[in-house]
Ligand binder design. Sequence first.
Ligand SMILES: Nc1ncnc2c1ncn2[C@@H]1O[C@H](COP(=O)(O)OP(=O)(O)OP(=O)(O)O)[C@@H](O)[C@H]1O
Length: 235
Amino acid sequence: MEASLLTVKNLRAWYSREKTVLDGLSIDLKSHESVGLIGLNGAGKTTFINILSGLMGQYKVDGIWMNVSPVKFRDKDFKLRRYTVFDEDHSFQYFTFREYLSYVFCAYHREKCDVSELISGFHFEEYTDMLLKDLSTGNKKKAYLITAFALKPELLLLDEPVNGLDFTSTEFLYQLIADYKKYGTILFSSHILESITLTCDRVLVLEGGKISKCFEHKDIEAAQIREALHDEKHV
Ligand SMILES: Nc1ncnc2c1ncn2[C@@H]1O[C@H](COP(=O)(O)OP(=O)(O)OP(=O)(O)O)[C@@H](O)[C@H]1O
């Protein structure tokens, strides 16, 4: 069994006094595993990923540990160990992909690396010097995904990574997710069951503000997951 990478205990999060979204969520991500996060619309997947990414402050938690040392989501050290690809991202719109990539590698204190395989895998060659604001939704998503897989953080968070991608890029992404264990841990949310069944070691179901079910290796079958979500809809 791999060592623990990130443990979050009893996370509660809200948007307003009346609107608690996460309510007692606990999670333990191992080093070098690929974990899918599923849940019905509005279950709180994006909220959870935003909190892990340090974007949301309205939460309380009993404890957060990275490699068994206490951390905070906004600690500089934690920031440098994770990178997030958001479902929608409108930051750095006046950067080209190449400028953005350089900026990120510099911010993470990393040496630049060769990204040509990622660029060709995502068929992104002709877009590398365009401003991010001028890219289509799918191509913008590719710019952030290429950055993420080039950077190879210890913890990679992807919110709905398949959204907006064409089918050849989707297949390339599945391969990257499945292979990521060599470099670190990946947590990604998706509504596309295939993206999870083809790539994950574990699937977590977010329901009622917490992780209500967990499917491991051999149990990850689309039919079972569909059934779990179906049950959830009828509680
Ligand atoms: N900025 C916000 N202000 C108020 N409520 C919000 C805000 N963002 C999200 N919510 C609410 O929080 C709940 C969880 O939303 P969230 O986007 O995290 O769910 P999700 O599981 O990612 O949904 P989906 O699958 O539809 O993307 C929803 O009820 C949503 O309406």
